[in-house]
Design a protein around this ligand. Structure first.
Ligand code: PMV
Ligand code: MG
Length: 369
């Protein structure tokens, strides 16, 4: 080997995501949601370390770094650092797979850059934890040359994320892994946890997972997707926790009914997308908005904030269909609207209401590998 050889760098970027439909119901195993990946990314670069110390650096949260050492197949980090919990979980799961596949481990540097927060580190709710998990899994699978399909890499990323996060459907991880528009049905976290304790990792990653599916969708060509940011970040885990602890329901409403309606709504919405049926697409968004509003009212959770409501109503006034995206409570709302609508008029209303149009587009899908 030549001492002058350049260091092989593997660079992978993973997109952020937005929910289009199916939120909250999709946290229950097997329930469907529609998501898109957007053209803002987290980039992970892996390169062999120059000595026996590896470095992990990020520009997220005003920048931080850690140093690590290898001890057998373990990473030795002191102290274990919270802001890198998703990255470290992703590294550990890929390395466990690499060892099982007979690939020798290395010491490397990993550098992370994010476009998913603004310059002051504010989050837009575009799924930076999911994207950094996906980018790390994909970068290390490429670095170690593991021959795993996208679906198998998705399962590694889901296993990494359930080690860090108590709740979450995994839709964000799937959107970031597959890109484009996807129909997603959620895996069973309890099942995955049990299997993880009992089964060899590679066997688990190659198995069918109950409930889990990802299918690419064709975006509605005649419609524009607008994303408005309300300026107030929201905590998904707190909102999901609130809904879960107040889902008992009352005489007029039941959680089981919400789940059944959400499934029906998302399935019809997906059929309308498949058929390029614009009216069906609008109807799906409007019905899902109504279901989420009821869920919020009956569980005492503010999903549609006053600003999100203004965003939605102003889009309706121009003939579009709109709803909260994701857990709501702030973050973003989405609008589907005809190309010929008065979009400038709509944006003027948003400006007066302090709603910021995010200049986002669909990220092309990652299919084929
Ligand atoms: O707010 P977001 O974009 O993180 O989306 C959360 C969507 C939920 O269905 C409410 C939770 C989940 O994990 O699917
Ligand atoms: Mg959110």
């Amino acid at each position: 080997m030549s001492g002058l050889s350049t260091r092989a760098v593997t660079e992978v970027r993973a997109p952020g995501k937005l929910y289009i439909a199916g939120e909250y119901a999709v946290v229950e195993p097997g329930y469907p949601a529609v998501l898109i990946a957007v053209d803002r990314y987290i980039t992970v670069r892996v390169s062999p370390a120059s000595a026996d110390t590896g470095h992990i650096t990020t520009d997220q949260n005003a920048g931080s770094h850690l140093e690590w050492y290898r001890q057998g197949s373990d990473m030795l980090i002191e102290p274990d650092q919270d802001q890198f919990s998703f990255v470290l979980a992703a590294v550990r799961i890929v390395e466990e797979a690499a060892v099982a596949l007979g690939v020798p481990l290395q010491v490397f540097d990993l550098d992370i850059t994010s476009e998913l927060d603004d310059d002051s580190g504010r989050k837009f709710g575009l799924g930076s934890s999911a994207a950094v998990t996906v980018a790390t899994v994909r970068a290390l699978c490429a670095h170690y040359k593991l021959k795993l399909t996208l679906m198998e890499q998705l399962k590694l990323a889901l296993l990494a994320s359930i080690e860090v996060q108590r709740s979450g459907s995994g839709g964000d991880v799937a959107a970031s892994m597959f890109g484009g528009w996807i129909a997603y049905t959620s895996f069973d976290r309890e099942w995955a946890r049990e299997q993880r304790a009992e089964r060899p990792l590679v066997e688990l990653v190659k198995a069918e997972w109950p409930g889990l599916s990802v299918r690419p969708l064709t975006p509605p060509e005649s419609l524009r997707l607008l994303v408005g940011w309300t300026g107030s970040p929201a905590s998904t885990s707190r909102l999901v926790g609130d809904v879960q602890s107040n889902k008992r329901g009352d005489a007029a409403w039941s959680y089981a009914g919400f789940l059944a309606d959400s499934r029906d709504c998302v399935e019809s919405f997906v059929s309308a997308l498949d058929a390029a049926d614009t009216e069906g697409v609008f109807a799906g968004i409007r019905r899902n908005r109504a279901l989420l509003r009821e869920l919020g009212e009956h569980t005492g959770t503010t999903i549609e904030t006053p600003t999100l409501r203004r965003l939605i109503e102003s889009a309706e006034d121009q003939g579009g269909a709109a709803k909260t995206s994701g857990a709501g409570g702030g973050d973003c709302g989405i609008v589907l609207i005809g190309e010929d609508a008065d979009i400038d008029g709509l944006l003027a209303v948003w400006e007066r209401a302090d709603i910021r149009l995010l200049n986002l587009h669909q990220h092309q899908s990652t299919r084929g590998n």
